[in-house]
Design a protein around this ligand. Structure first.
Ligand code: DGL
Length: 255
């Protein structure tokens, strides 16, 4: 029995890393829908139908114990439909607005995410619930997820141009905490901190990993034959890039 961790690309590997650290014995299967990347630029209806169908195929092929939607863009649109359609635990991602708001002294915080996540009502709900009294400036951009994919494959990248419009907004100069609302951004943490070491940058991976383990702790731990496999809907990543995440096989989906 294994948890299926799912994202549009490499972003969910940050969640896999945290799951490995917190629960080394928990079996994991990874699914990267890189054939449909980037999610943040797809029309809502097409993306929703695509995700519900893909997760259905993955559940039928792999029988996971639970699905971890390690993607904010997918979570903000598909969680209710996934939970209504499939009867197993489905854990989603939430942009870390709450810890960013709590850490902010200036009470001006930033949210960086894909354009889709920023425009959906889900984010407004989070801000109302968890950042009362804060001014929240957000920036949706396709550039950062793409940069994360390139860095993961070994390129040197700079984030300054992509992030600059956030600080140019009115009161942008007062931002002292930023919620990273896209799992891909885990892999750009060094660049963000180097750019603005004075700002606290909040990563989404750890809270999702913790929540996934809390929800699934009562489930039995029996061996799954596909544990440690990373499935790709597009071209598979080189095994050497996956090995640090305890993923020992890379396959293109045949389902
Ligand atoms: N990793 C995804 C997220 O957390 C998004 C990347 C994409 O646009 O596909 O939002």
């Amino acid at each position: 029995m294994a948890l299926l961790v799912f994202d549009s690309g490499i972003g969910g590997l940050g969640v896999v890393r945290q799951l490995r650290r917190l629960a080394p014995a928990r079996e994991l299967i990874y699914l990267a829908d890189n054939g449909f990347f980037p999610y943040g630029e797809k029309p809502d209806e097409a993306l929703l139908a695509h995700i519900v169908a893909l997760i259905g195929q993955a559940i039928a092929a792999l029988s996971p114990q639970a699905v971890v939607v390690a993607c904010n863009t997918a979570s903000t649109i598909a969680l209710p439909a996934l939970r209504a359609t499939y009867h197993l635990p489905i854990i989603g991602c939430v942009p870390p607005v709450k810890p960013a708001a709590a850490a902010s002294a200036s009470k001006v915080i930033g949210v960086l995410a894909t354009a889709a996540t920023v425009r959906r009502p889900y984010l407004n709900g989070l801000i109302e619930a968890f950042a009362p009294g804060c001014e929240v400036l957000s920036l949706g951009t396709p550039a950062l997820a793409e940069l994360a994919e390139r860095k993961f494959r070994g390129e040197t990248v700079q984030v300054e141009d992509a992030v600059a419009p956030l600080f140019r907004q009115e009161n942008g100069g007062r931002i002292d905490a930023i919620a990273l609302g896209c799992t891909h951004y885990t892999f750009l943490q060094e660049e963000f901190s180097a750019l603005r070491p004075d700002i606290s940058w909040f990563d989404p991976a750890l809270p999702v990993a913790r929540r996934s383990l809390a929800v699934t702790q009562h489930l039995p731990a029996t061996h799954h034959p596909q544990a440690g496999t990373a499935f790709f809907t597009g071209e598979a990543l080189a095994p050497a890039l996956l090995a640090p995440f305890g993923l020992t096989r890379a396959e293109t989906c045949r389902w």
